[in-house]
Design a protein around this ligand. Structure first.
Ligand code: FUB
Length: 345
């Protein structure tokens, strides 16, 4: 549900219809990346604050400064907030806007992957390390070499390889990297430098990670998202094309690439045979939530599959003050996912 329609929302009534409630209410959290470590669910969200920045289509109002890690022993059980896990002041290369993070584990160490703007106003992706899943994390001095844009999601495949998926258009700056070099030209508008509607949409990227998970092991490749005829989705196909919030999970041997369509507010998915794709568009996982953004992760826990997502119901529709929620997802026999409506009719 885009923000311009919130004036008419009766939030009390909407909350009654909501399929789930915020998992914490003492702080605003968004962009949840969920993983199971040590038989517990750990959630790595953005920590939303109101820093007073003006609302614009580049997302300047998303002025987050730190991350908290949340954990729970059971879905619906008590949620522990482990406090500040990483703060922008402790990241030498980052100046502002700690956007959607992810984490993963390797050989007993935990890695937090996060985007932030550097001192030139360019989004880069950094890594921070801890001995514990909840942190605190220590950031590397520099971002990942040749990293760009936002929303890293790091998937561990069954063979022990790790892949980072990332990218986001508009405020996420992906459209400024079309030549491989950051385009700093004016205008500073979210839609400048995007392809025309009848051209292929901009694509997210994937790169295999180095053994120490601190760098890309290869030049990032585009993640092809195609329709059932094998054609790339077009830039004007706003209901289906990639915008931001990449996630990758594996179900019954197939790779599911899911993402947000941004300005049309859907969480969609596409299925592929390898971590690199191509991925064939299959449908929607989540219909629009209250608030402009939609962002998610998908994780299996104790034999069930869950969608971790957010909406702005707790803040009564404030776009940049969101709350993490959880809902179970169900697969059909053919491997497709049943679409969730976040609010019952
Ligand atoms: O939280 C800031 C940005 O909003 C994220 O990076 C996007 O995915 C969107 O949720």
């Amino acid at each position: 549900m885009p923000e311009d329609s919130i004036d008419h929302i009766d939030f009390e009534e909407l909350n009654k219809r909501s399929i789930s409630t915020p998992i914490v209410t003492h702080l605003y959290t968004a962009d949840p990346s969920a993983h199971v470590f040590n038989n517990k669910i750990f959630i790595y969200p953005s920590h939303d604050i109101d820093a007073g920045d003006a609302f614009d289509d580049l997302g300047s109002h998303f002025a987050m400064k730190d991350y908290h890690v949340l954990s729970m022993e059971d879905i619906g059980g008590k949620v522990t907030d482990h406090g500040v896990a990483l703060c922008v002041e402790n990241v030498p290369w980052a100046e502002r806007q700690m956007w959607a993070p992810d984490a993963n584990e390797k050989d007993g160490k935990y890695y937090l992957f996060f985007p932030a703007k550097d001192y030139e106003g360019i989004f880069r992706i950094g890594v921070a390390i801890s001995d514990k899943p909840q942190g605190p994390f220590t950031a590397m001095k520099n971002p990942i070499t040749h990293s760009f844009s936002i929303d890293p999601a790091v998937f561990k495949d069954d063979d022990g390889s790790y892949y980072m998926y990332f990218g986001g258009i508009w405020g996420g700056q992906l459209q400024r990297w079309r030549t491989g070099i950051f385009n700093a030209n004016q205008p500073d508008s979210p839609t400048a430098f995007l392809p025309d509607d009848d051209e292929p949409a901009l694509l997210p990227y994937v790169a295999k990670m180095s053994d120490d998970l601190l760098e890309f092991a290869e030049k990032p490749k585009e993640v092809m998202i195609v329709d059932k005829n094998g054609n790339l989705l077009l830039a004007g196909d706003n209901d289906r094309r990639f915008f931001e919030a990449a996630w990758l999970h594996k179900y019954k041997g197939k790779y599911y690439f899911s993402y947000s369509t941004g300005d049309t507010h859907f969480i969609c998915y596409a299925i592929g045979e390898t971590p690199y794709g191509p991925f064939t568009y299959k449908g929607r996982i989540l219909n629009p939530v209250v608030g402009w953004t939609s962002h998610h992760s998908i994780c299996e826990f104790k034999g069930k599959w869950y969608l971790f997502y957010h909406d702005s119901s707790l803040s009564k529709g404030v776009t940049h003050l969101r709350s993490v929620k959880i809902a179970e997802i169900k697969y059909n026999e053919d491997g497709t996912i049943q679409t969730l409506d976040p609010y019952k009719n």
